[in-house]
Structures are given as C-alpha cells and as structure tokens.
Design a protein around this ligand. Structure first.
Ligand SMILES: Cc1ncc(COP(=O)(O)O)c(C=O)c1O
Length: 386
C-alpha cells in the first residue's frame, strides 16, 4: 500500500494539509492497537546489559515524544531528509535550547528587537556569558544591516505582537553567505502557515503552546533542524537542562495536531474577516494582519506564507478606551497567549515589555462563528466609545 502521508508507492499527488495533519506521526496500524498510542509514563525503561537506546531514561527519550516529534517533522519539513525534531517543555525551553547550545563566549547573535517579550531576558543572559547580541527590527529585513560576523541570526516572523514580516529566504541566503546559522520562530504561523526550512532556515523553533496545540491547555516547544551536528548540541542541551515535556502534554499535543488544519483554516479566515471589519472603524489605528492586502507585510507574507495566522493587532485611542473595550467583550476571554480555539485579547502594554502604544490590543481569533465574533467586537467598540 502506498504511504498516504507522502504519496510514495503510487503516482497519487501529495496529500493536502488536512490529510497530513490527521495522519502525522501515526505508527503503522497494528491489530488491536489504538491509532495513536496513549502516553507512556516512564521515568526509566527496562534496560538490562549495555545501556543502548532507543529508550533508556525518561529525561532522554520517551516513545510518546518520538511519535510527536515525527508528526511535527512531517509538517515542518515534509519533503526533506535528515531533518530532526526535538520537543521541549515550553516554547522558551526550545528557544533557549537553540540560543544557548549554538552560541558561546565571543560569538555574535542577531535578534529581533520587536520579538516575543522574553527574548530580551534571553539576551541579557547571553550577554552574561560573553556573547554579543545585536538587535534590529523585523520589518524591512533590517537585521541584514547588523549581520556581519554573526554566528546565529534569530528571526521571528510574523513578529509578536507587532505582526511585522521579514523575508526568510533573503535573510537566510545573506546569513549563510556570511557564515551564520538561521533560526526562525515559527510560533505564529504554525508549520501549516510557513515552512522555514524550505525557505532556507537551519532551525524552525516554536511554542507549541499556541495554535499548534490550540486549546490553551498545554505548554510545549519544539526545534526542527537539518544540521545533525547542530541538532546533537540541541539534544545535549535538553538533556543538561531537563527541559522536557511530560508524556501527557506530548500526547495531548499530538492528539491536537490532528485538527490543526481545521482550526487554522477556520481561525485564520475569521481573523481576516475581523481585520476587514476593524479597518472600517475610525477609532482603530495601526491595524495589522499580514493577510490583509493593504497590510505593509502583505507582499512578503504572501510570498512565503501559506496561511497568515490568527492574530490581529490594532490600537485604540487611549489605555482607558482599550480597557473598556476589553471589558465589554462577551465572547472573548481577557487573557494572554494566542492561537486557542477560544478567542482571547489583551492590552499588550500591561506587561511593560513591548514597545507598543497604551491602547494596543493583541487579538487572537478563535473558532467561534465569524458573525458572532465580529458582532461582539463591534458591539464592544460601540459601547466603549467615550
Ligand atoms: C513568538 C513566541 N515565541 C516563543 C514563545 C514562548 O513560548 P512558551 O510560552 O510556550 O514558552 C512565545 C509565547 O508567547 C511566543 O509568542
């Protein structure tokens, strides 16, 4: 029989994203076995004699991770051989694993200055180890200007929360020409929205806490990479820090990936609808959604992204107006994070870490009916007016 996830063994066209998502990482069917084996709870595995793998100790490997890593790898890099995926306890565990395993004293790293708000903390930590960190904005491929001599270029596109986009292929080509490795934070896009390794990156790194798992109940991270030596260092870092996901979280994540395409398509379509509705409102400024044809990022985004994400950002005139707006929403939870099936929104300035106006809202669109959600937002805009 042909393999339905790769199309190998037949002349059938490569299956679509929904087909690949529901089958990603599943073991060969075996009589009386479940389709997706349950979580394996094991601190250690029976291991008489020489301690050879695949499963020795629960901090190093776990069969539930193995299936999840296979699933994520199939989505991040479907056509690429020799690619490896490692799962982590959280997105930051994965981010740190790449930064701290690839860089040492005297190295130079280039980071975005408008990325996820824990990146400055990572930057400060890198600097204590004698690593020089340069930063530049995501938009306009500005990181190119500070790339000379760098060992690692870190890209976050679309950026969180500003939703700027940079050209991964162009930056990766330039970085490689100057001898730097390239990591792309693929959290916001998900592997169904963008495949950084195909665009030339060495690592795709993400928080699986967001749309990848999509139910707001799991913390997870992963690194997918093509370079065996670099990935061995990432694996070693996971072993040293022990930043591993629990088997239950790994299994929940794998279970959730089956609906990834359904959720992403629904949520992202509604995000576009919401962005269009917000564009008509005079009190809304700074509206950003990379899938909106008049967004400053649209040209680059539509070249490298297959889906544009479920996050819309915009600014209301004042902090008080933004707070009243959030309070008036009935279908949207006031919460941080994004990507879940239940819409969430927050005034991003409340954390103090992002360079955004006081009235800046990061809105994560869930799987509610688009009409209901847009009506709720418009009602909240009306009732929060001065
Ligand atoms: C772009 C991005 N990268 C990484 C992270 C960190 O992920 P986690 O919260 O799973 O550690 C986040 C979290 O919001 C994020 O938005």
């Amino acid at each position: 029989m042909s393999d339905p996830t790769t199309g190998e063994g037949s002349a059938a066209p490569r299956p679509g994203d929904g087909t690949r998502a529901v089958r990603a990482g599943l073991p060969e069917p075996a009589k009386y076995e479940p389709t997706l084996p349950g979580p394996v709870f094991a601190a250690h595995f029976h291991l008489p004699g020489d301690p050879t793998g695949p499963y020795t100790y629960g901090r190093d490997e776990n069969p539930t991770w193995t299936l999840l890593e296979q699933a994520i790898g199939e989505l991040e890099a479907p056509e690429q051989d020799g690619v490896e995926t490692l799962v982590f306890a959280s997105g930051m565990a994965a981010v740190s694993a790449v930064l701290f395993s690839q860089l040492g004293a005297g190295d130079v790293a280039v980071l975005p200055d408008d990325g996820y708000q824990a990146l400055p903390l990572a930057r400060a930590q890198l600097e204590t180890y004698g690593i020089e960190v340069r930063t530049a904005p995501t938009g306009g491929d500005a990181q190119l200007d500070v790339l000379d001599g760098a060992k690692l270029l870190w890209i976050e596109t679309p950026s969180n929360p500003g939703l700027d986009v940079c050209d991964i292929r162009r930056l990766a080509e330039e970085a490689h020409a100057r001898g730097a490795l390239v990591a792309v934070d693929n959290t916001l896009a998900t592997p169904l929205g963008q495949r950084p390794l195909e665009l030339g990156a060495d690592f795709a790194v993400a928080s699986g806490t967001k749309q990848l798992t999509g139910h707001g109940d799991v913390l997870l991270g992963y690194v997918t990479g093509r370079d065996a030596t670099a990935m061995a260092a990432v694996r070693r870092w996971r072993k040293i820090t022990g930043a591993i996901p629990g088997p239950m979280e790994a299994w929940l994540a794998h279970r959730s990936i089956a609906t990834l395409q359904l959720r992403v398509d629904r949520q992202n379509a509604t995000a576009l609808t919401l962005a269009r509705a917000l564009r008509e409102r005079s009190e809304v400024t700074g509206l950003r959604y990379p899938g909106l044809p008049d967004d400053p990022s649209y040209a680059v985004a539509s070249r490298q992204m297959r889906r544009f994400g479920c996050v819309v950002s915009f600014t209301l005139p004042t902090r008080a107006r933004a707070e009243r707006f959030l309070d008036a929403l009935r279908l949207v939870d006031g919460a941080t994070s994004f990507g879940g099936v239940r819409s969430t929104a927050e005034r991003r300035g409340r954390w103090g870490g992002d360079a955004v106006p006081e009235g800046f809202i990061r809105f994560s669109v869930g799987a509610e009916d688009a009409d209901d959600l847009v009506a709720d937002v418009l009602h909240a805009l009306d009732t929060s007016a001065d």
